[in-house]
Design a protein around this ligand. Structure first.
Ligand SMILES: [Mg+2]
Length: 254
């Protein structure tokens, strides 16, 4: 296996790279619907309504009406989506949507866990390289995740979409990360689970890109039997595809 020389900084994506966000989301939804689903509607039915509402609403999050509030707080879009799910279930109930939104946020956070090798890998890299996080999502939720997981102390640089007011895959995000670390692109590594958001833009910026793929990486909104994301046929390949964070170490440490 080739060893990378001259690396100065290693950036990680957070959700489904260091921690199991989709697993937490699925468990959080089930707990929230278990408590607050309208009478006569099962948890399974509510999950399906939520998934349909998610697919319908996701393209709107980046529109002018929703993106500004979304950057600061996950609450408005999360509650709107719950309201849409309830309407699909035949219950147009804003108060219940607010209760569901809050329960989902709290239970998802309670269910959030690092992958089993995350702490060992961060500990092994810490001190040898500068470490950073580049994560998309609202500022409040991303900060809460970092605190819940107790990993803030590992990182010299933390870039959050909500705080930068732009997110991956925008090239400006990667330029900003190089600037903060005073690293050249060829001294910089990105580790992420999304080919489109993490790896393709990192490779385009001249970084090394490690694409981490796991079976758990399927959103609750995906159609049944959906497989994890594939790489577009015409894309530049990642430096390597890995299945566990620990597979990074031989590339980076003698
Ligand atoms: Mg991710």
């Amino acid at each position: 296996m080739p060893h990378l020389n001259g690396i100065k900084v290693v950036y990680f994506d957070l959700d489904d790279t260091l921690c199991g966000y989709w697993n937490a989301s699925k468990a959080g939804l089930r707990r929230a619907f278990g408590e607050h689903a309208p009478e006569g509607v099962t948890v399974e039915e509510m999950v399906i309504h939520w998934a349909e509402a998610y697919r319908e609403f996701a393209p709107q999050v980046k529109t002018e009406r929703w993106y500004e509030p979304y950057l600061t707080s996950g609450e408005p879009t999360r509650t709107e989506q719950m309201h849409m799910a309830l309407r699909r279930a035949g219950h147009d109930d804003r108060t219940r949507a607010e209760a569901l939104s809050r329960a989902y946020m709290l239970y998802r956070d309670a269910e959030l866990q690092l992958f089993e090798d995350a702490i060992d890998v961060l500990t092994a890299l810490r001190g040898r390289f500068e470490l950073g996080l580049i994560t998309n999502g609202p500022a409040d939720i991303q900060r809460m995740e970092i605190a819940t997981l107790g990993i803030g102390q590992f990182f010299d640089h933390v870039f959050i979409e909500g705080e930068m007011r732009e997110g991956k895959p925008k090239p400006g995000v990667f330029a900003r990360a190089n600037e903060a670390a005073r690293s050249r692109p060829e001294e910089t590594v990105m580790v992420g689970n999304s080919f489109g958001h993490d790896i393709a833009p990192a490779i385009a910026a001249g970084w090394y890109g490690f694409w981490i793929r796991r079976d758990s990486d399927v959103p609750p909104s995906a159609h049944p039997n959906t497989k994890p994301e594939d790489r577009p046929a015409d894309s530049v390949p990642p430096t390597a595809t890995i299945n566990a964070l620990s597979e990074l170490l031989p590339w980076l440490i003698d």
